[in-house]
Design a protein around this ligand. Sequence first.
Ligand SMILES: Nc1ncnc2c1ncn2[C@@H]1O[C@H](COP(=O)(O)OP(=O)(O)O)[C@@H](O)[C@H]1O
Ligand SMILES: [Mg+2]
Length: 418
Amino acid sequence: MRNNLHDKERLRDLQAIDRRGSSRAPRATMSLREEWLWTAGLVTFDKSTGNLIPTERGEAILDDTGEREWLYSVRPVTPKTPVPRFSSLSHAVWDYERRLGKLPDASDDGDDEVFREEIARFRALLSIVDNDRIWINRSGGRPIVNLITGEEFAGERDELFEWGMRSNQDTALHPLAAEQKADSYFTHHIGFTEQCAGRKIVHADATLDSLTDALRRVAEVSERAFIKGTRLKSGITTLDLTGVTDYEDYEALILSDPFLAGELMYRDGDRWAFLVQEWVDMTFERRFFIVDGITVAHAGCIEEYTPFDHLKGVEDCRMKRHRSDTDILWAAAETKLLGDFARQVGKGIYDRDKAMSEFVLDVAIGPDGQPLIVELNGIRNAGLYASSPGRVIDLLARRRDVWSKAPHARPRRKVQAT
Ligand SMILES: Nc1ncnc2c1ncn2[C@@H]1O[C@H](COP(=O)(O)OP(=O)(O)O)[C@@H](O)[C@H]1O
Ligand SMILES: [Mg+2]
């Protein structure tokens, strides 16, 4: 079923159909938490009482007695447009400013998406964890202080679980170890993921020879190459390989591309500076948030959506055919196909490597109609779209073994309220 969802009425109809159609739900009303615990197979419902009962898997993973403490790294962002009054956003902004201070006023070079995500990340943390377990980290070498008591943090920073958008100054602390690993996972562990990539992918070093060799190998299967720098956010480019045969042709083609020429200079000789890929038409891109191999949240890659557009109580099937399209579709079959795939692959990655304890998995549908992996990223380094970050925090806060994975695990420190 496909429809243009700019039409609000139509969207409501579709949601109603979706609700009626989902005979799976064991109870008519479920809280957000109950809903994801149940979806992830961590609880069942007692039919007579309606109470939650942990499954065996739930027993193994969840720990409700855990007292986790969190570090929220504040990144005040300037919005581009003024916040609409009396909206859920304005309420969240009010709460943010009340606790963390005034945000910069809207300006032309602001960014609404990043602004909304900062607010959404903080709001999700506030709504899920005890507020006196939140420690505030501001830039500029200021001390880490408790959100409620204002007390200065005296412990070791890596006792805290860090949340909030990642900044360039972040150091590699747990669980950022997982964050950084996830960011480079697709580059370094192409073995398993390549089976699910739906396209040829070849590494190239930052030399003309290596890049030419990789392009030649991709040219065996496709006339177009998609090349991505392996340095975080360094860039991507597409090359047309039609009629390119000699080394000189490749050299000219590579050097005429500003991104490739720049990376070759910047990374001069570095190993695995590029992922050279067969170009494939990717449709219905969707992002899955995976914690301990469990898919806790997901959303279509729709740039104009943030968690303030999250749909409650219904599987969000909104997607775009191509990322650059303006039309938003209700794509139930595609959501199911991609969900089944992402759950399987997400668990497979975690089962092979337990250090991949949290990451986002981007998937899409390839030209043959089969799902494929687009890429992998760390959870704090990834846009949220219309997902629910609260679900991610909820499992991070409640899973049993998160702290034992810390490289320098220490006993937890109690917060002394003053
Ligand atoms: N091999 C490919 N062929 C064609 N398009 C691709 C390919 N890989 C990625 N893309 C498209 O380019 C976008 C960006 O690529 P991605 O690997 O996600 O890099 P980034 O780190 O910039 O997000 C993807 O969302 C997808 O639409
Ligand atoms: Mg991407």
